[in-house]
Design a binder for this molecule. Structure first.
Ligand code: SAM
Ligand code: SF4
Length: 299
């Protein structure tokens, strides 16, 4: 949707940010809606709007409203750092967004300012409150586990589920080739070691779900590195410059920029058939073959 962002998370973006692409290089709103229509006609039922930071897009409400109105689309979700949610949570709900994923790696102001290179923890927390007040069907908080940075906060982050009806999901740091210190990688198993009282309650998509006694929501563990979930992956990713990626960690891309709906459908079929059975195991010695950091793919 966009490569631009109002944060500069160290594991995701260069500190100088990214150059704004020329208008003719990025996928337009019309193209996005056509792509959603093409996908829906092939059986896609769920659209996730992400980035970069989707809430910095001036036409975010229009894109969500038009995507949610496409026949066949049952769910439009947004993944955001939450900074813009205090003003946008209710409007997003109003245009048909059903779920929000909010990324939050720490509850401590100085650590947040260090990791995101911006002193905006309060805006993110206000965004979380706004999302809860707006009445989305589900609000999930996503935390990338970073050894030596936020592993000491696992109990405090999980305890958010005692206060709020949210799913709190811990995600393993993926080696995306951006130069971020991969020694910081921790397997999700550390969450179970720190919180032995967690009770398994099932699986939701790629997340194994647990619950703290008396909690209002679940703790989820997403382990793309220690236990990849390729067999369950049914996603196609579309980059801000109009490339379909069959696999997050593969280099193959299918351009749909400038195509009409029939052309997009044909490329989508090719991209689905090109989904690999499994990507190569990830490690710091063998980073993702994607050729793009997450802000250029959409996480
Ligand atoms: N800006 C929005 C946000 O932060 O939620 C949406 C885009 S961001 C790329 C989506 C998610 O990808 C965030 O939760 C972020 O923490 C995660 N992410 C980025 N780089 C990652 C990496 N190397 N490993 C694991 N997760 C990563
Ligand atoms: Fe921006 Fe999200 Fe990447 Fe952080 S993780 S720099 S908020 S795109």
């Amino acid at each position: 949707m966009t490569e631009l962002c109002d944060l500069r998370c160290r594991y995701c973006m260069p500190k100088e940010g990214v150059c704004k692409k020329r208008g003719d290089e990025i996928f337009t709103e019309e193209e996005m809606v056509t792509a959603v229509e093409a996908a829906a006609s092939l059986g896609v039922r769920k659209v996730r709007i992400t980035g970069g930071e989707p809430l910095v897009k001036p036409n975010i409400l229009s894109i969500c409203r038009r995507s949610a109105a496409v026949p066949g689309i049952q769910e439009v979700c947004v993944t955001t750092n939450g900074l813009g949610l205090s003003g946008l949570a209710e409007p997003l709900r109003g245009v048909g967004v059903r779920r929000i994923n909010l990324s939050l790696d720490t509850l401590e102001r100085e650590k947040y300012a260090y990791m995101t290179r911006r002193d905006r923890l309060n805006d993110a927390l206000r965004g979380l409150e706004a999302a809860l007040e707006a009445g989305f069907e589900k609000v999930k908080v996503n935390t990338v586990l970073i050894g030596g940075f936020n592993d000491d906060e696992i109990p405090a982050l999980a305890a958010l589920t005692l206060r709020y009806p949210i799913d709190m999901r811990f995600i393993e740091l993926m080696p995306m080739g951006g130069g971020f210190e991969q020694r910081a990688y921790l397997p999700c198993g550390v969450v179970l070691e720190r919180l032995p009282m967690l009770e398994p309650v099932g699986q939701s998509g790629t997340a194994r779900l647990y619950r703290l006694p008396g909690a209002l929501g679940n703790v989820g563990l997403i382990s793309p590195v220690s236990a990849h979930f390729c067999a369950e992956c049914n996603r196609l990713r579309l980059t801000a410059d109009g490339k379909l990626k069959p696999c997050l960690h593969g280099g193959e891309e299918f351009s749909i920029k400038g195509l009409d709906r029939a052309g997009m459908e044909a490329q989508m079929r090719r991209a689905v058939l090109a989904k690999p059975e499994c990507h190569a195991p990830l490690s710091s010695a063998r980073p993702s073959q994607s050729g793009r950091a997450m802000y250029r793919i959409g996480g």
